[in-house]
Design a protein around this ligand. Structure first.
Ligand code: AMP
Ligand code: MG
Length: 409
């Protein structure tokens, strides 16, 4: 039987990064950056004040104190967004706002709290003179040009998943459009004569299509566009029609669920093999042992298990890494992996196991307790759970208190 690791390696060898596209910055969050971004100027771009106060020369204030305030004439006013032309000569001060450029010859800012001028109401005019209550160091309350970043520094590498702060950083650099990996187009197919679309009422023997919704949501969260193929009945013709629709819709990946346990599998297997190739693997894991992978007319094809929990786990274990690789993502973004302590003893059957659990923070540690019903058809147990605890292959028993990996969601 294949190990999870081997199966994943084989799958990943089929995927290389898609081409990139230019998108407006406001659409960039959650996308994979296609090319490295470097600064094109120093940040900050100019020396500026980090406080509302008075721009001064530090040497003038060496003797200032609360007992002996130093009075300075205020020669001007520097709001943020202006470019001051004034010079602060020895013994002078200029009122300055947070973010405003430091005027020539000034080397520090005294904050208003350290002066006798504390009128901060909107529109308050600068005083004629200001008395300063303390000495300042040169550079105090000044943000120097280039203190955060120098021209040419790398700020984001190719393959980064753009987060909110990354998008803000790009805006700071004036990057209005950003080159990101194209979204993979994922076609999702459900198979089985018992499966009804969600909008139809149940009739005897039927169940609602569940996997298409779970898998679509997962693929969308992974940055993909979804092509809904609907449900294929258990016939050769129905399966072929649906798969051809994926081709027509220019899918990059096909995700099919069910029909991969021995038996009804044959139609999917036959149709995919007739126009492509299919490997059918038993992977040493639970849930979700049967996994089919191959290509249909050149499109990578995943045949996930039919049971809703198995389909979910199969997606996270095999499909998510492939979708990340398609987008050229360099860091594994999802799901979030943490170390957890087992809150109870666990017997395992030696397969790599992805067990539904509830993880809580107790005394600063994540503690996992397993859902009682681990049946792979029991989707509610996954609804109640907030984690999958990963028990490695070969482990048959874990004492309470053992530390293992888990995916939190
Ligand atoms: P199969 O692999 O076709 O034998 O399906 C395994 C189990 O998963 C059966 O109980 C199916 O009814 C169920 N199943 C298959 N497809 C879906 C689906 N799209 N939504 C919910 N359950 C499904
Ligand atoms: Mg079936």
């Amino acid at each position: 039987m294949l190990s999870v690791q081997e199966a994943r390696q084989r799958i990943l060898s089929y995927f290389s990064p898609l081409e990139s596209e230019l998108v407006p910055l406001e659409q960039a969050a959650g996308r994979a950056l296609a090319a490295q971004i470097c600064t094109t100027f120093d940040l900050p771009l100019f020396d500026n004040s980090s406080m509302d106060g008075f721009a001064v020369r530090a040497t003038d204030l060496a003797d200032a104190s609360r007992a002996h305030p130093l009075a300075l004439p205020v020669i001007g006013d520097i709001p943020a967004g202006t470019s001051p032309s004034l010079r602060v000569e020895a013994g002078q001060a200029a009122r300055i706002m947070t973010g405003a450029p430091l005027p020539a010859e000034a080397d520090a800012v005294v904050m208003v709290e350290d002066t006798d001028f504390n009128d901060r109401s909107a529109g308050a005019l600068a005083p004629q003179n200001v008395s300063v209550y303390r000495a300042v160091e040169a550079g105090e309350n000044v943000r120097r040009r280039g203190a955060d970043l120098k021209l040419g520094q790398e700020i984001l590498s190719a393959g980064s998943l753009l987060r909110a702060q990354d998008v803000g950083m790009l805006a700071m650099l004036g990057v209005a459009n950003v080159q990101v990996s194209r979204r993979p187009r994922v076609a999702i197919l459900s198979t089985g004569d018992e499966i009804l679309p969600v909008e139809l009422p149940l009739t005897p023997g039927k169940i609602h299509d569940t996997n298409a919704y779970t898998l679509s949501a997962l693929a969308a969260q992974a940055g993909c566009e979804i092509i809904r193929l609907g449900v294929a009945a258990d016939t050769r013709e129905a399966v072929r029609q649906k798969l051809d629709a994926a081709l027509l819709a220019k899918a990059d990946v096909i995700l099919s669920s069910a029909g991969v346990s021995v038996g009804a599998f044959d139609y999917v297997k036959e149709v995919v093999e007739a126009h492509g190739a299919l490997d059918f693997w038993k992977v040493n894991m639970r849930p979700g042992k049967p996994l089919a992978f191959g290509q249909y007319r050149g499109i990578p094809f995943f045949g996930l298990p039919g049971n809703p929990v198995s389909a979910f786990v199969g997606f996270l274990v095999f499909v998510e890494p492939a979708l990340e690789q398609l987008q050229g993502l360099k860091t594994v973004a999802r799901p979030r992996r943490v170390r957890v302590i087992l809150g109870e003893r666990l017997e395992s059957d030696g397969r790599e196991s992805y067990l539904r659990a509830t993880v809580t923070l107790e005394d600063g540690r994540y503690v996992a307790r397993f859902s009682a019903n681990q049946s792979s058809g029991n989707l509610f147990s996954l609804v109640e759970a907030n984690a999958l605890v990963i028990i490695p292959a070969g482990v048959t028993s874990c004492p309470a208190g053992a530390e293992v990996d888990a995916w939190l969601f």
